[in-house]
Write a protein that binds this ligand. Sequence first.
Ligand code: AGP
Length: 601
Amino acid sequence: MLGGLERLEYRGYDSAGIAVVTSDPEKLAMAKKAGKLTNLAKVLAESPLPDGTAAIGHTRWATHGGPTDSNAHPHLAAGGRIAIIHNGIIENYHSLRTELMEQGVEFQSETDTEAAGHLLASFVDKGQTLAQAMRSTALRLEGAFTLLAIDAREPHTVVGTRRNSPLVVGLGDGENFLGSDVVAFIEYTRTALELDQDEIVEITPEGVTVTTLTGAVVEREPFEVTWDASAAQKGGFATFMDKEIHDQPAAVADTLRGRLDDHGRLKLDEGTIPEALLAAVDKIIVVACGTAAYAGMVAKYAVEHWTRIPVEVELAHEFRYRDPILTARTLVVAMSQSGETMDTIMAIRHAKQQGSPVAAIVNVQGSTIAREADAVLYTRAGPEIAVASTKAFLAQISAAYLLGIYLAELRGNKFADEIASLLRDLDEMPSKIQRVLDTAEPLRDLARDMASEKTVLFLGRHVGYPVALEGALKLKELAYIHAEGFAAGELKHGPIALIEEGQPVFIVLPSPRGREVLHSKVISNIQEVRARGARTVVIAEEGDEAAAQFADHLVTVPQTPTLLMPLVTVVPLQIFAHELATAKGYDVDQPRNLAKSVTVE
Ligand code: AGP
């Protein structure tokens, strides 16, 4: 159980707990502890839980109630006979809590989850089985939830349900599993079953039963998980993030591999959007959050240039609240590593309600966004465990390039030889990324040298702008340093006032080849900050003579066509943030206050 929780800890690490059904029909065994999973592991090392017949375990990212021992999941009900765990937010928990307290129930925590536990127990008290009680409970709940429960009197059963939060079934041999993500059980089985909204699942060692809220039995085909168990291990690296940074050449190569047929037609992984519809698309809106939204910004530059279709990029949480203009000719593209980001899920639901086709670029198979989109192009980055996104970012950009090339081909925006040339350029990217990784040592020294800096600024133009934003985000989330990314041309409109003697400024310089004007504008921006005392770190193409003159520190990347440059220029920024955070003694895989999948709005 601890192994599975360890692989899921990226989802939340405020506290953790496990409950087990033992031979006692009146009481479950349970241990839970605030803090990271290691705290729970220490408790269990001192007083191990007995072996049991069924168990549930949880790692938490606090929403209702702080990260304390009592707010940690599981939560007990029915005098310790029933235990429940929960992801998501139960929006009507307050009224449920009041109702239950009026019936004499005493609460032990400040969580919304505990209300669901006592409600479930009240249905079991009325003679319902655990599965029936879970159905009755789900019918009373509002909001987003994955719930799992065990009852000491049903010793071989775990029951679950989901609404807007993820839950996947692992089909083993004489054993079955439930997890928020397939990584929870890929050590034991790679055969999995998706669950739809509002379904109830009951697992025993012998079988799995899925029913709807009305009790109708659901038959569904299992799928094979393409990831293997070793992909969710550190593989000799000190951190998952470092391992995932080094996975990037393979993540990009795998995402690109075998994707276009002989005619340049994109092979989608799931679903379809009719070609006639794609040919008629008059606007694309990318919806995403955080790093994935920066991948969307890169996509905008490339896709607009190749297809001449206007592309908007919208933070998913802003999208549906501003009444966006959506028609049947608006292609909405959701980008998400996890496929479970609630803001992005809500954005695509809004788009579908308005009649717009939705394509998804997603990393996790069977995730909610993958299931709800009309068509899916999977990034093949493998499991990304570190909270900071790295290989998923590169894979998202690669997948977006493929989509852009496909649309350009379909709509006749590019000649066949131009498409072939773009694909050749893309094919060279994995080895170029590898070269950046192989030459990163000086950057690690620089990061250690800058460990005491209070502010770091990042500048870029064109596709270098989202790279600058991503460089700043990485530093903020990992090293807790104030960092800002700016469009380099914007500096003179205000932010240049921040520059003082010694201020570190990273500049992402575009290729001078074929983009002389763009290049020279950024060189001017470097001079402007240098003239005011900035310490410049310039990320430039090999052979860029001008860059060397204006850089206090020069980081070179292989020569690359400008639109593809983010795949190489972001890598030094990832390594810099990783190294600096490590030098400060921080846990780079699990930065404070964050969770990998943000499954609440
Ligand atoms: C970046 O390092 C973060 N982990 C975060 O910005 C992330 O990219 C964002 O929350 C979106 O997640 P998703 O790709 O799983 O939807």
